[in-house]
Design a protein around this ligand. Structure first.
Ligand code: PLP
Length: 307
């Protein structure tokens, strides 16, 4: 009897040397990635069969690995190959593609020594998901400035990607309880940082400003900063106070899983005509048009699924 062919149609994963359907991808309960959130990751997207800014995501992933002293023992070239292969196996043309390294399971359960763990490399591709639903993006998201502050960067460097989302999740519950779509967090000194899985921008006159602290250096954020000059806009990375936020002309958020996502409200402040502002809409349109034109694209080799 022949083995049934694995069904990768809902997504494909690579777990320490083995390719499996996404439904079979799991980590052991003793992995510090699970018990201590001792894990880093990155997410790149694929649209129309091409990775967007793959090398920027690999650069950031390597920065996070070094920052957390994780070494999954996989070369950058091998990572490129594995990421391509999970997409090829799934056959997805639009996908959300994650690369992850967990601390792993210690040689002796209960050990408190991180050097006792063999670090892992995991990757998976699943169908495209939007962090903020498309219909909400269309009308402009409603954001709440949560009462919980972002965890201090002295304790957790926000430029190293991590799953320590307690502050974001608390903020999300507060936002949902109050009828908002999602939350954004200020730091302990009252400066704007980011939201759960996205960067934040404000627009004031011709300036497009994003926080200089407390936030991940998002690849979509970088893309927006890159696009500004050709649209006659001035990109700024600087401090943003709550008052700056209230006084802005427009607000939008950015992420790999959604692109440029315009907002219409923050707390009780309504921007413009309660719809995405014109500059946010222009940036969104330009971002996706440039995708179609192949901007920073690396084609996926779908033939790799056969090997
Ligand atoms: N901030 C946080 C906390 C994130 O997790 C993410 C993405 O997942 C972002 C910002 C946006 O970064 P990028 O544009 O690279 O997806």
């Amino acid at each position: 009897m022949t083995e049934p062919t694995p069904d990768y149609s809902k997504g494909a994963a690579y777990m320490n040397g083995v390719y499996v359907p996404i439904s079979e991808a799991r980590i052991p309960v003793g992995d510090w990635g699970f018990v201590h959130s001792d894990v880093t990751y990155d997410v790149v997207h694929v649209t129309d069969g091409g990775f967007f800014r793959l090398e920027d995501h690999l650069d950031r992933f390597h920065k996070s690995l070094a920052g957390y002293r994780l070494d999954p023992g996989v070369t950058r070239e091998e990572m490129r190959h594995i990421l391509g292969r999970v997409v090829a196996l799934s056959g997805l043309k639009d996908a959300f593609v994650a690369m992850i390294s967990t601390r792993g399971v210690p040689k002796v359960y209960g050990s408190r020594n991180p050097l006792d763990c063999a670090n892992t490399f995991i990757a998976y591709a699943v169908p495209w998901v939007d962090v903020i639903k498309p219909d909400v993006q269309e009308r402009g998201a409603h954001l709440l400035v949560a009462s919980v502050p972002r965890i201090s960067p002295k304790s957790l460097d926000p430029t190293l990607k991590n799953y320590m989302w307690r502050d974001f999740t608390r903020g999300m519950f507060e936002a949902l309880d109050k009828g908002f779509d999602t939350a954004i967090l200020l730091d302990q000194d009252g400066f704007l940082t980011e939201g759960s899985g996205f960067n934040v921008f404000i627009v004031k006159d011709d300036k497009v400003i994003t926080p200089d602290r407390g936030a991940l250096e998002g690849v979509t954020r970088l893309s927006v900063l890159d696009l500004c000059p050709e649209l006659g806009l001035q990109p700024v990375i600087g401090p943003i106070t709550f008052d700056d936020l209230m006084d802005a002309d427009e607000v939008f958020t950015t992420t790999t899983a959604g692109g440029v996502m315009p907002c219409a409200r923050v707390n009780d402040r309504i921007y413009g005509n309660d719809r995405p502002g014109p500059i946010s809409a222009k940036l969104k349109e330009t971002y996706w048009r440039k995708h179609k034109e192949g901007w920073h694209m690396t084609p996926v080799n779908y033939a790799d699924a056969e090997n």
